[in-house]
Write a protein of this length. Sequence first.
Length: 367
Amino acid sequence: MIKINNLFKFLTKNKVNFFTGVPDSILKKTKGYLESKKKNIHISTSNEGSAVATAIGYHLSTKKIPCVYMQNSGLGNAINPLISTAHPKVYSIPMLLMIGWRGYPGSNDEPQHLVKGLITTRLLKLMGIKFCVLKNDNDLKKLKKLLIFSKKKNIPVACLIKKDILTLETKHSRKKILKGILREHFIKLLLENISSKTNLIATTGYASRELNQIRKKYDLKKGKDFYMVGGMGHSAMVSLGYSLFTKKQTICLDGDGSIMMHMGSLANVGNFAEKNYKHIVLNNYGHESVGGQKTFSEKINFKFIVKGMGYKKYFLLDKTKDIKKIINKFLASNGPCLLEVIITQKSMNNLLRPKNFHKIKKKFMKN
């Protein structure tokens, strides 16, 4: 095991003082630590590609080595700037990738993580990125060699970190967002008021998991669901592709972290979606499922954005009063339209994950 304090003391000693990335369940304690230290420069980005781009800009300005943190599932987003800009045959930019390794070989993880976990080291090798696996403090010697190599050759390097390797001596409390509507309460009312010819496509994380569990808990059978167990940030476009070739009302159940990850998709929805497209953003101002880190969505005017992108209507639901009335008004409107729901960071107890993905797909596609 490695104490987070020791890890960052080591990085600081080796002149790595800038950190940027996307929250991850394995690395969530590092972000809490970074947020508590004013002297460390830290920027949380909407997606991993943006984090790599930010790191490139930092190096161009300072000549120093930045650190980019992410879950290994985010490597897909990071590949483009890593290969087309940071690669030694292009601009040759040094940086350290700190990667939370979900689904590593031999682990007991979800299917979508097992797939990515199996190919993570292969991807790094294919990109020519040297890496080490951090298991304890002794492995910091390996990391030091990589940092020296990165600086000498001006190329990215990486360290992989498995679950429960990082420990924190002092807990850094993060204030949960308690104002707003309970996600369970909203989804239950939504399912009670949709028609049987309504299909929902839910983003990865608690939105999918609660939708799945609420169906079973309250025996709500109207409509059908497709759960985006991976592919964070892509639920809006999956919903668009689906909605264009069906007359059924299509509801994208999104989150603030997800919608911000690929916000350009809103322009596609605004310009191509038909009247059957409905978009819901469950906004709790944080990445709740990986630790509750801020998304900065509290400062974003979604009404202004979606109206500018071509959405016909915007609705806001931030109080428990008139929930049913606003839901029905939203459902009756011609799309594309968006309903922003301010929810609390409080989830259902004993939350299960959707299983049997092929069965879910088959049921969803059945007329």
